[in-house]
Design a protein around this ligand. Sequence first.
Ligand code: BTN
Length: 264
Amino acid sequence: MIELDTTWLRAVRPDRRVGHAIEAHVSIGSTNDRARELLAQPGSDGLVVVADEQTAGRGRRGRSWHSPAGRGLAVSVVLQPRLAAADAWTLPLAVALAAADACEAGGLVRLKWPNDLIDERGRKLGGILIETTVEDDRLSGAIIGIGLNTDWTGAEVPAEIRHRSISLAELARLPVDRVVLLDRLLDALSTEVAMIERGESPLDRYRLRCATIGTTVRVATEGGVMMGLAVDVGDHGQLIVESDGRRHELSSGDVIELREDPGR
Ligand code: BTN
């Protein structure tokens, strides 16, 4: 039997595009998988799935996403975007900006390309996994999965990622009210989605928030590893890296791993 958690329902706003209804689980495999099931249902645009615990949370590129029960925000939004497939690149940028805005209360939040949320020292606060479907030349559906480290303490984080992760509570030195955070996130997503659907590009604001620009990076792709200087985010959201006098344009799909290179 599915156990639902009514605490989260305080973040429901019936007149808001994203978050007019929330399905809140105590425990679920992956909120993205549940949101994908809901996408097929009529009127699912703007539905939100949230869970206290995910037992099979997924990250980008097939990685898993772990968060101790009750210590993170795991949320997925079902969206039927009014976007041409050619403008699909704007969605991850808009979502990253919305998530960064929602998290900013406790300290400066920046973006590691393409859409990790990090603090000023590059420690990861959260990540985004967007899965889309395209029909003809339209983006027919999107599942926007956002995982935020809300109340972790260092000791609860797996040893291998402890030095490069931080929670919002640690950043702000204050406990996080996850329902308030979810409400802010859904507000920010509603605003950003409306902007890109009106044709307003998120690019300039994304560039300002992007901590990757100006850093030397180590980029792993299917084709091999490259060191270079990240000089810009291009007109379609691609990362532009200069290496050995050549300019490389990388899409998020090309990049297996992107690290700031401490050796340079
Ligand atoms: C990443 O940094 O690799 C992206 C992590 C995305 C995790 C979120 S948590 C909510 C949603 N459900 C999932 O299974 N994954 C996303």
